[in-house]
Design a protein around this ligand. Structure first.
Ligand SMILES: [Zn+2]
Length: 93
């Protein structure tokens, strides 16, 4: 049985150069991390030990970035909430 490419029509814009290409479906990637994440998520059953470790590292790195993004958003919402309260106190009182 031949596996069909998952993303046969994925093309990078001219401003992006392909750093990696999926060996199973030929999808191009602009970073090693997105390539490793793709392999782990779309071709998990075909991964060797090295690729599996790279996927786990990329996945942990992504989770850390998402956590930091959430912390930044909570801080931003807190600042905006405080600013609205201050403006309300200044202009309404
Ligand atoms: Zn692929």
């Amino acid at each position: 049985m031949t596996e069909q490419p998952i993303h046969p029509d994925v093309r990078l814009s001219d401003s992006h150069e392909s750093v990696q290409q999926c060996p199973y479906c030929d999808r191009p990637f602009t970073s090693d991390r997105t390539h490793d994440l793709h392999l782990g998520e779309k071709h998990e059953e075909r991964l060797g030990e090295t690729e599996r470790v790279q996927y786990e590292e990329a996945s942990e790195e992504e989770e850390e970035e998402i956590f930091i993004f959430h912390i930044k958003m909570v801080i931003l919402i807190g600042i905006l909430w405080a600013a609205v309260v201050m403006l309300y106190m200044v202009f309404v009182s």
